[in-house]
Design a binder for this molecule. Sequence first.
Ligand code: AMP
Length: 113
Amino acid sequence: MSDCLFCKIINKEIPSLVVYEDDLCLAFRDIAPQAPCHILLIPKKHIPSMAEVCDEDASLMAHLMTKIPLIAAKEALTGGFRVVTNSGEDGAQSVKHLHFHILGGKALSGQMG
Ligand code: AMP
């Protein structure tokens, strides 16, 4: 999608600090980190949010999930971490390209909403 911020990051039209990349996904550092380690993991396919994930995305979603422990290990998040995806208005999603926040590097609060 030409007007999507994260598609522009995928296409390197906008710079980012990449921590992992393969044919199907990209992980990069969040520009406004909410924890010492705050990484966004995104599919290269433009999927607007979790609400639009469908059956044909099943293997892509599995691919993304298996990259999370790999990224966590690379970032030495040995004490644990949190994975969050915001979806839609009530979910406070600001960028309309599916992304998983990976947060860690400190003991996070128990608050979820
Ligand atoms: P959400 O509010 O769940 O849609 O998350 C969007 C995230 O994208 C926020 O945590 C932003 O800080 C982050 N973000 C926005 N623009 C950029 C950018 N250019 N590079 C890295 N992260 C960004």
